[in-house]
Write a protein that binds this ligand. Sequence first.
Ligand SMILES: C[S@@+](CC[C@H](N)C(=O)[O-])C[C@H]1O[C@@H](n2cnc3c(N)ncnc32)[C@H](O)[C@@H]1O
Length: 300
Amino acid sequence: MIDLDKIRAQRVKWHEWKNIKSLRVALENLPTLQDVVFSLDNIIKISSKEATQEEKEQIKKMAWDLRPWRKGPFDLFDTFIDSEWKSYIKYNLLEPYFDLKDKCVADIGCNNGYYLFRMLKHKPKKLVGFDPSIHCKTQFDFINHFIKSPIKFELLGVEHLPYFENRFDFIFCLGVLYHRSDPINSLKALYSGLNSGGELTIDTFMIDGEEEFALTPKGRYSKISNIYFIPTINALKNWCERAKFRDFEVLETKKTDLSEQRKTEWIQGESLENFLDPNDNNLTIEGYPAPKRVYIKLRK
Ligand SMILES: C[S@@+](CC[C@H](N)C(=O)[O-])C[C@H]1O[C@@H](n2cnc3c(N)ncnc32)[C@H](O)[C@@H]1O
């Protein structure tokens, strides 16, 4: 039996890690601003008429020190955090398919909480983000210092859902499945995290074709080292059925392009433009089919 409190206690110690400690200290010293207003639209914008120039500079420095910003964008007191991903494209694609009012909701692999902040508008009963990255949690804490939302961030992974104290009415698990070496077990964990009749929304890389196949990259896929299985839609359906889900529904399929993911000054490394074959954008640099995602809704 896994003891989540023990895992939480161990992971809180990650705040003391060398590269994180100074960021956590900076978090503690952020100004407490009055009259903070925010809008939870495509750009999550936070402002305050009371913020001084000095306070704005302090916030800008902390945002810069917190790079890379993969998910966003955010506008914090006139600093525009132009994240690598325009995360509103995925969020806006999915939002017509859910109504979270008064529901218990989890976002598994929530990164810095961009989608969770957007979901506040739905007035859910409870919002919980799971992500084992201390860097993501620190970005979340930074944004939430100003928004002061009741969102709970757990430094846990999808594999911990079967042991979690609550079940959820809605679970989102976006862009995580291909990082798991055992995707069917991850789907089983997601199933166990849902209340009866609850809904799961996932997205994952896919390959075209009617066969029940999954691509298994030899090393990297699109320069990403931890991509294990990229299924056809029919193979993904089989995985979901093995995990006992019903009502498999394809919401959308979408190729990732430069209007959604690209290099900005808010990440230090490369982005999609370097991950694709320069002579054929239908292929990754390794020669695999270029990233394409399928968005799926399922029911327990
Ligand atoms: C490709 S990003 C997707 C982020 C976001 N869900 C989205 O769709 O834009 C994968 C995320 O999964 C997180 N992650 C890594 N291991 C995980 C695990 N075991 N369980 C849940 N999330 C995990 C990473 O820290 C990262 O934030």
